[in-house]
Design a binder for this molecule. Structure first.
Ligand code: HAM
Length: 418
């Protein structure tokens, strides 16, 4: 035997037993988002590398080390999408959606690719439910998006959820703050981890994410961006908080919240779950008022979030898997042409709208009845030499019916409501 081929590291199969819970979470998200006016979009699995380099940012971990990038036959650099916001912003621009009433509200359910170190809750291909509202700077958009994700996580029974909220201000306020932070980091450079020290110039904000004890100590006394917001940004943030308070959504202000993309401005947030390990973020997002300009469009405000489906499911209460409905199981006790008749009966029953399964493994009649019981079939049609018998698996009663059509009619009548 040749060597067995396995799935790539950090990827996982979504097996049949995983689908009931997954489909449940997807249905909750679709219902809540579409009821709020979000319409579904799907963008290509790969995009020009330039889109992420400019949109997500050259200095981010995503662009520096996590993208799956390849050259296509035409020599163009392409990248498997590591996230959905830059592609949706590109689609908004490309399809002239600025002409539609604003904000344009879009949602997606797609898979994304990041070459990260695999661990519990962290994969190299993962799925996100995401929402983007483009074209309005109103703080109500920020609050509404947060409220919708809160509702989705609550209805999906994600356990022990907390909302962390902050504001990153404008790029100008942030660059001024960056200089303060760099000063602080340089003054305490000896206590920092090597990695943080090397990135003081490139990405000093990332130091807030470090687990290194010395770095954590230095960061505890670091200046906070929230204290350096300009008046407009501070007013915007106050309004977002007031709206969340009015809607009864609890949150914690987290001045250390940094997100992994450069496009954020003003409001940023993350929902974390205590039911997860180190990768505790179930969903996150924020405002990105500069993104569309960064990718070649006119100044256009935008805002959104994405939640990881695998993490939502890991953090959710387990629910028993519902058994699929089987209205009719077609068994055959005949030797010669029985399987052909059984096949024809199953086909007729399916055309009539019944959920039908038929014998496919050459079991004995006893084995077939056992299989019908195992899958919870409501009726079993047994094709024998003397005709068709229909067995009601609930009462155990068996009657002879004169034709396939009669068996189908009987099974239709006795079908479970719903
Ligand atoms: P993100 O925080 O990078 O944001 O990802 C959002 C969520 O996707 C995370 O909270 C997590 O649940 C899940 N996720 C991320 N990486 C992985 C991974 N390697 N394995 C499993 N799950 C993962 C974004 O992607 C932004 N585009 C969100 C956004 C939309 N901001 C504005 N609009």
């Amino acid at each position: 035997m040749s060597q067995r081929i396995q799935a790539p590291r950090g990827t996982s199969d979504v097996l049949p037993e995983d689908w009931p819970a997954r489909r449940g979470a997807e249905a909750v998200a679709q219902r809540i988002l579409e009821a709020a006016g979000y319409r579904r979009i799907e963008t290509p699995t790969f995009e020009a590398t330039e889109l992420f380099a400019r949109g997500v940012g050259e200095s981010t971990d995503i662009v520096q080390k996590e993208m799956y990038t390849f050259e296509d036959a035409g020599g163009r650099s392409q990248t498997l999408r590591p996230e959905g916001t830059a592609p949706v912003a590109r689609a908004y621009l490309e399809h002239g959606m600025h002409k539609a009433p604003q904000p344009v509200k879009l949602w997606y359910l797609s898979s994304f690719f990041r070459q990260e170190k695999p661990q519990a809750g962290r994969f190299r291909q993962f799925w996100q439910i995401g929402a983007e509202a483009i074209g309005s700077a109103d703080p109500a958009v920020d609050a509404e998006l947060i409220l919708l994700l809160h509702a989705i996580l609550t209805e999906s029974r994600v356990r022990d959820v907390q909302l962390r909220l902050s504001s990153l201000g404008t790029p100008a306020a942030r660059s001024e703050y960056r200089a303060h932070l760099q000063e602080h980091l340089r003054a305490n450079a000896d206590d920092l981890s090597g990695e943080v020290r090397e990135r003081i110039d490139l990405n000093p904000l990332r130091a807030f994410d470090s687990d290194h004890p010395g770095t954590k100590r230095v960061m505890a006394s670091a200046p906070r961006l929230l204290d350096h917001l300009d008046a407009d940004d501070a007013a915007h943030f106050a309004e977002v908080r007031a709206l969340l308070d009015a809607a009864g959504i609890p949150y914690e202000i987290d001045t250390t919240l940094v997100r992994g993309m450069d496009y954020y401005t003003r409001t940023v947030f993350e929902f974390v779950s205590g039911a997860l390990g180190a990768q505790s973020a179930v969903g996150g997002g924020g405002r990105y008022d500069g993104l569309i300009e960064m990718i070649g469009g006119p100044p256009t405000p935008g805002n959104g979030w994405a939640a990881g489906i695998e993490r939502m499911l890991l953090a959710a209460e387990q629910r028993p898997e519902p058994q699929p409905v089987v209205d009719l199981y077609v068994a055959s006790a005949k030797h010669d042409n029985g399987h052909v008749e059984a096949f024809a009966l199953a086909a007729e029953a399916r055309r009539a709208g019944l959920a039908v399964q038929q014998e496919l493994a050459g079991r004995s009649l006893k084995g077939q009845l056992k299989q019908a019981d195992r899958i919870g079939a409501r009726y079993v049609a047994i094709l024998g030499d003397e005709g068709i018998a229909l067995k009601d698996m609930e009462s155990g009663e068996q009657e002879t019916v004169e034709s396939a059509a009669a068996a189908v009619a009987r099974a239709l009548k006795g079908r479970h409501p719903g």
